[in-house]
Write a protein that binds this ligand. Structure first.
Ligand SMILES: [Zn+2]
Ligand SMILES: [Zn+2]
Length: 367
């Protein structure tokens, strides 16, 4: 704070002012600039400045430091809030909001199958929540009971108490303890909600799951949270989606990975096969001749629909070449013959020997 105003000037007191002079000057200025009193646009800023000045000059130690170093070394935080409280007491505390109050947001979690996530669709969810009381329709009064203006607050919902403080008399405004701010009382409160106007109930709600939703995503259902108070709007409902693991498919983004086990002969010669898809129908898949273990065959458009847009991901068929663990007599003879014909394969160096997961990653990452 290079050019902060001089604290003595702010309070309009001489440098040798007594503690009483400083206190008296601040008291006068604080009342003048108090934001609740003054309509001037710069009143809050002036009030803050004089409070800051008083905070320093009323403390002998801080005042001495200020006299020696000025306010260039002053700490920024003056604990003005505490000072407010000290001088103005409850008057400065924020008044409790009365009138309409928005209901709370609710969060819940549902678990769906991968197929449900792919297809989307409507589901029913049971939501326990605070709802507008079905007996009193939110009024809080027992049907047929007498509703009258609160005698304690005269219907204003707040009570004023005159308080004595260092500045004289102050008016303390607080929520009416009798009617809780409603401004009216009933001779019989609603038995079901005990006058609150809301009750806890379970409600079945229709939830639309969009096709393509993924595990961990959240749906917002506007206005289906808890009911508001005194005519306020309801909160929102947030539904976290959990997708169960599928026995045959693993989801990667909008692609579905499916493992297809083939024999060395099928890999070497190629083959025409069929694989299950998430839609339930089988789809033809061509294993190319010379297929390698870990190679992917892409079935376009057989994956998960893109959420909120057209098109679908792909099904990636992961070729898992399974070497037979046991051989029949005839197989053994044929494999022997193959070994003689093929000889040992050419060796590759480490850089070329990429792991299965590298290939997996490449296949998912796009062609
Ligand atoms: Zn009720
Ligand atoms: Zn009242």
């Amino acid at each position: 704070m290079p050019s902060a105003p001089d604290y003595y000037q702010l309070l309009g007191v001489p440098r040798n002012a007594s503690e009483e002079q400083i206190r008296s000057a601040y008291r006068k200025l604080a009342r003048q600039y108090h934001p609740d009193v003054s309509q001037a646009a710069d009143a809050p800023e002036r009030f803050k400045q004089v409070t800051e000045a008083y905070e320093v000059l009323s403390d002998p130690e801080k005042r001495q430091r200020y006299d020696m170093f000025g306010n260039g070394q002053g700490p920024g935080d003056f604990g003005i809030g505490d000072l407010f409280e000290q001088f103005f007491g409850a008057e400065l505390r924020r008044r409790e909001p009365r009138g309409p109050m928005r209901g709370a947001d609710l969060r819940m979690e549902i678990e769906i199958d991968l197929l449900d996530a792919v297809r989307g669709g409507d589901r029913t969810v049971r939501v326990p929540r605070l709802q507008t009381c079905s007996k009193c329709d939110g009024s809080g009064a027992e049907p047929g009971s007498q509703v009258s203006t609160c005698g304690t607050c005269g219907g204003r919902g707040e009570v004023r108490q005159v308080q004595q403080s260092v500045f004289g008399r102050f008016v303390n405004v607080s929520t009416c303890p009798r009617c809780g701010g409603a401004g009216r009382t009933v001779d019989r409160v609603c038995a079901r909600c005990r006058g609150e106007g809301r009750e806890r109930r379970e409600q079945d709600l229709a939830l639309t799951v969009p096709p393509g939703i993924d595990d961990g995503q959240q749906l917002r259902v506007a206005g289906e949270g808890e009911a508001g108070l005194r005519g306020g709007p309801s909160g929102d409902l947030y539904v976290l989606i959990r997708v169960r693991e599928h026995a045959l498919f693993r989801r990667e983004g909008d692609d579905l990975i499916h493992l297809l086990r083939i024999s060395p002969a099928q890999a070497a010669l190629g083959d025409e096969l069929a694989v299950p898809t998430i839609d339930g129908e089988e789809a033809p898949v061509r294993v190319p001749s010379g297929a390698q273990h870990g190679q992917m065959v892409r079935l376009r458009g057989k994956g998960v629909p893109h959420l909120g847009s057209n098109g679908r991901g792909d099904q990636l068929v992961y070729l898992d070449v399974a070497v037979p663990r046991a051989l029949s007599k005839e197989q053994r003879a044929l494999y022997r013959r193959l070994r003689e014909l093929e000889g040992a394969p050419e060796q590759v160096d480490a850089a070329d020997a990429r792991g299965v997961f590298d290939r997996l990653r490449d296949a998912i990452g796009g062609e």
